[in-house]
Design a protein around this ligand. Structure first.
Ligand SMILES: NC(=O)c1ccc[n+]([C@@H]2O[C@H](COP(=O)([O-])OP(=O)(O)OC[C@H]3O[C@@H](n4cnc5c(N)ncnc54)[C@H](OP(=O)(O)O)[C@@H]3O)[C@@H](O)[C@H]2O)c1
Length: 315
């Protein structure tokens, strides 16, 4: 049970104040919960007029809600005053990941906030060539700006959210009882649940001594490992389904992009395919893991996540 934040506020005897952008989102809300559990003061920045239930839920949890114009550095600077860390869990394309985060960064610097955590939470894009993943290219671009700013920054890299394996990511095919893949069934892949990523981010936000990058994986699993986890979770044997080499997936991505009309969707089908392609190449595999930095965090294994899907479907 965590009762006190790892750091205190700037005056030394008050709880640390963490400014959180994107608190109404899936990850951001859980970061807010984890920060509050650790005793921090959470200042959630929300867009004016946001009526999502998450706003009320955040307030009920004890977060301070600040409606702010994300287009105004002056307004953001005011909202950041006195904080020890700004955490971004924003999601979007260039206007959000590069432009809005840049304004938030400028505001954090202007308000003399010592630390900033960008909305990365991904596979290791630092090891990927540019052009191989649109959304990760935007993160690389923003982080180049972040590296120039007079502020201490920490990016959290966590692989793929394990939760995606129960639905969005077409890998564990529950109906067919197959694990679908391209390339090698022995390529190690990084998975971390959204909840674990949030817990870790909260710990990082309250820890003033973090390095530029922290890498975590709730579980490193190969496709064969996923097959075993799916069989264990469902009690039924799963097989493997190799569609082809990575070039096949590469071709499918090109075809899908060509056929789909251009849209502002952050996660069109081909974006998920790009993510999987990147993972199956092994390039963005996290090299050394920092899981042990906060020993109180219990990492949820893949089979536990897959079992929740089974429960949902039998309920
Ligand atoms: N590694 C993985 O597999 C994986 C999977 C999913 C997500 N992620 C990453 O996790 C992070 C958070 O994603 P999420 O799924 O939690 O996103 P989400 O649920 O879509 O939430 C996005 C948040 O950003 C806010 N936002 C969006 N555009 C904004 C703007 N222009 N100005 C101000 N706020 C804005 C939203 O606020 P409103 O309430 O006002 O809309 C919301 O709070 C992202 O970096 C995402 O890429 C990683």
């Amino acid at each position: 049970m965590l009762t006190a934040p790892l750091t205190t506020g700037r005056s030394g005897n008050t709880p640390a104040t963490i400014v959180l952008a994107g608190a109404t989102g899936d990850l951001g809300y859980r970061i807010a919960q984890a920060l509050l559990t650790r005793g921090a003061t959470v200042r959630a920045l929300v867009r004016p007029g946001n009526t999502k239930p998450a706003v009320t839920a955040l307030r009920d949890l004890g977060a301070e809600i600040i409606e702010v114009d994300f287009n105004s550095v002056a307004a953001l600077t005011k909202a950041c005053a006195g904080a020890t860390c700004v955490v971004s869990a924003l999601s979007g394309l260039r206007d959000v990941i590069v432009d809005t985060q840049k304004r938030l960064l400028d505001a954090a610097v202007a308000a003399e906030v010592p630390r900033f955590i960008p909305s990365d939470y991904s596979i290791d894009y630092t090891r990927l060539p540019s052009g191989s993943n649109r959304n990760l290219d935007l993160r690389r671009e923003f982080n180049q700006r972040l590296d120039q700013a007079p502020i201490q920054a920490t990016s959290i890299l966590n692989g793929m959210f394990t939760d995606l394996l129960t639905g969005q990511a077409p890998v564990v095919l529950f109906g067919l009882k197959r694990v679908l893949y391209y390339g090698s069934a022995d390529q190690p892949l990084d998975f971390t649940t959204t909840a674990n990523t949030a817990e870790y981010t909260a710990a990082v936000a309250l820890d003033p001594t973090t390095p530029r990058y922290l890498r975590v994986a709730g579980e490193v699993a190969t496709v064969r490992g996923l097959q075993k986890a799916a069989s264990e979770a469902t009690g039924e044997p799963f097989g493997l389904l190799r569609v082809g080499g990575l070039w096949v997936l590469g071709t499918l991505i090109k075809v899908t992009k060509t056929l789909m009309p251009a849209s502002d969707d952050v996660f069109p089908p081909w974006q998920g395919m790009q993510y999987l392609h990147n993972m199956f190449t092994g390039l963005p595999k996290l090299t050394s893991l920092d899981n042990g930095r906060y020993p109180e965090i219990r990492w949820t294994p893949v089979h536990e996540v897959l079992a929740t899907r089974r429960l949902e479907h039998t309920a």
